[in-house]
Ligand binder design. Sequence first.
Ligand SMILES: Cc1cc2nc3c(=O)[nH]c(=O)nc-3n(C[C@H](O)[C@H](O)[C@H](O)COP(=O)(O)O)c2cc1C
Ligand code: SF4
Length: 567
Amino acid sequence: MADHLLHRLYRLQQAHRHISPRLMAEVARESGLPVSQVAAVVSFYSFFYQQPVGCYHVLFSNCTSCGYQAGGVNLLALLCQQLSITPGQTRVDGMVSVDETSCIGMCDHGPSMLVNGMPVVNLDEDSIRQLCGLIAAQQSLDDWPAAWFRINNHIRKPGLLLQEPPLSGGALKKALAGDARLMLETIVQSGLRGRGGAGFATGKKWLLCREAEGDTHYVVCNADEGEPGTFKDRVLLQCHADTLFEGMTLCAYGIGAQKGFLYLRGEYRYLLGHLQATLAQRYHSGLLGASILGQAGFSFDIEIVVGAGAYICGEESALIESLEGKPGIPRIRPPFPVTQGYLGRPTVVNNVETFIAAAYIVKHGSEGFRAVGTENSAGSKILSVSGDCRMPGIYEYSYGVSIQQVLDDSGATHVQAVQIGGPAGSLVAKKDFNRRIGFEDVSTGGSFLIFDGSRDLLLINRNFARFFAHESCGFCTPCRVGTRLLENSVRKIADGRATRRDINEIRQLSQLVRQYSHCGLGHTAANHILDSLQHFPDVFAEKMQQEMFTSAFDLDAALETARQLTQ
Ligand SMILES: Cc1cc2nc3c(=O)[nH]c(=O)nc-3n(C[C@H](O)[C@H](O)[C@H](O)COP(=O)(O)O)c2cc1C
Ligand code: SF4
């Protein structure tokens, strides 16, 4: 969208390195919005700043998978030391700022960062030292080594969808030759379920939306991919954008929509040019716009909206809020988007992979799709495999593949656990590696994080707990406060300061956060802790050095500064 609020704010952020109250007032006046709404948006999204960031703004990914460790060196610490800067601060000369950010979706590329929004990958000690030199010399990013910006697709095992050449209208022609309802029936019969995590039946969703009251319907593609360890949508957007847009157009035909949005996570902004070029090609070929493929009355436009660093915007109702130019706070559901979504109109929201699978089904028929996979999980699943393995990357399997098979294929050895479905998913221990990927067993949106025996699982828990505390949108108390308390408690355990009572408390707190939170983030934020307690009780027992209670909050240390000031 030429002037979506997020885009306008992004441009101001680029030009001024922050968004001041004066700029917010200007934006509000020009766009006819209350200043309070613009201010709320600026303060909600991580990539907008109210204080200036540096000319070189560095955001290190703190994902457990890519992390910032290489060869035993803490690269973040090295970077900060070389640049004479503290994380979270802008250097006094305004030249550089460094901070951490949640997973940027480059887990198959080793330690990675964003510099002025551009992913820089495969970092090691040498590249960090070189990069600091380039910043000191004030070299433009255009002159930095091209290899640092080279993002590979790492498609290790293509299957049903990844092998398919671009459809470029092939499925649309087939659909338009018949009735829209017939096409929806094909999707229903295929057994396709959403690939974004929740697994709702796609055909049913499209039918519900078609039948929902109102003339104006919308299609939204969820390309927010923020679950740490997930990067398969990045690869699909890079290699299968044409088929994705075909899937969205088929959905529009099925539900009677004229407008669609691709909501792209801010971390993938670098893909924008490629996506826009693919859209332009489809407009040029008569596959988008007015009277698609010459069919009078069937018009459909797709617009790309780029997010600004908020994991919660992957939740579909938060995403819709964000599309509407608001902070991404999840809505109270019901009503669900299929009846009241974007601007209160019936809206289908689907994951990138779901639209691509739908296009495949329309092109090839439901039977071929159903023939692959299992009874309850038809078709294939694309996994983002990373962590402790020789060949991190993208693997497409028929549903029903065992965890052990994925480990063998990716060259993983001495594995103690796999985190499937990201921090919100399930931690699977070695004794369960015969379990299978599928909705009836281990369900996943795509993340497959491998941890070998050298890993301290409590440090992983600490990282995940910090992720949820950071990404909680703050709307409801059980999640806002609960995720923070969980983070404190996990840190206390990892530091060896916990007692048995702390373990009992963390269990209770986990259940409270799970039960009383408003949306899926809170419902799943404690999964990793409960799984670890269940499968790895010894890891916790080993850390309990003492039986006496000590507080998770160190009051004495917190008061030290004040004490010194008053001495
Ligand atoms: C906290 C949270 C984050 C989510 N992030 C994503 C995401 O990045 N991509 C996605 O497709 N679905 C995500 N979802 C699921 C969406 O809410 C929604 O179910 C999905 O986009 C529907 O598409 P599907 O049926 O094709 O899976 C998330 C859900 C929650 C609760
Ligand atoms: S559960 Fe967490 S993320 Fe969801 S609405 Fe509540 S505070 Fe926000």
